[in-house]
Design a protein around this ligand. Sequence first.
Ligand SMILES: [Mn+2]
Length: 320
Amino acid sequence: MKKELFKKIYNEIKKSKTIYLVRHIGPDPDAVASQIALRDSIRITFPSKNVFAIGANAARFKYLGTLDKPNSFDFENDLIITLDIPDSNRIDGVDVKKFKNVIKIDHHPFVEKFAKIEYIDDKNTSACQIVLEMILNTKLKCNKNIAENLFMGIVSDSNRFLFDYTSYSTFDLVSLIIKKYKLNIQDLYKKMYMKPLSEVRLLGYIQSNIKVTKNGFAYIEIENDIINSFHADAASASNMINDLNNIHEILVWLFITKDEKKDLYKVNIRSRGPIINEIAAKYNGGGHKYASGVRTKDRNILNNLIKELDEVCRFYKINK
Ligand SMILES: [Mn+2]
């Protein structure tokens, strides 16, 4: 079943002259690595095709490679492949609804059908792991650079093999590419995890100042003044959410940062017990069972979300 769908996607790629790889706004290493790895794989497999990975440039992830500037689109004939994104309105750079040929490759819980072929494996660690499985099950080619990007995407989205859906097959796949392409794991980890002291200090601030309720719900609004005083940026602040996992007193935790330009609150939520994506969805957000997000302009929505998540923690503790 999986293999058949990979073949179908491969045939669509083979048929198309121009292909665009896209992913979600607010990029993360899995999203960027999957689009760049699949682009490069298609390029070396089919050198005569025009293949582009597009979306806003993510300077923080430049170690994964560079993105392309889009040409003018041919809505009838161009193939769009979306990666790491379950809903069409959060795709960066294109309006997929205008295109006839769209393929979705994703590992988030289903939100909306917008592509003619949808490969969804919501029990997979990452979009990068799916791309790797597809390369191994079709005639798509791979090289060391592609393997490095796929490795970094898998490592990042699984939080170094800590999260749910890390399985023996994740290790099998990773071990296979480490061996075949002689990946230097230490070098790759350095690219991913070296950070300035200012960020460490900001994390210290967050850890010291986050509020924790008696129900095990933790939350903090990280004001831009604070972020600036540590010479860090809002994106790295909100990414620190993963550093608060595995704390006895905390079941669900939430960060609020603000995008001043768009006048928008960005809420990042994690859980190590209660399922949170259904709650995020009620507030127009979404994501995985234990890792979700919400964007809103409305402070009342934030307050209600905080109340509801605290209540969910209370309920979870009673029923455990
Ligand atoms: Mn992902």
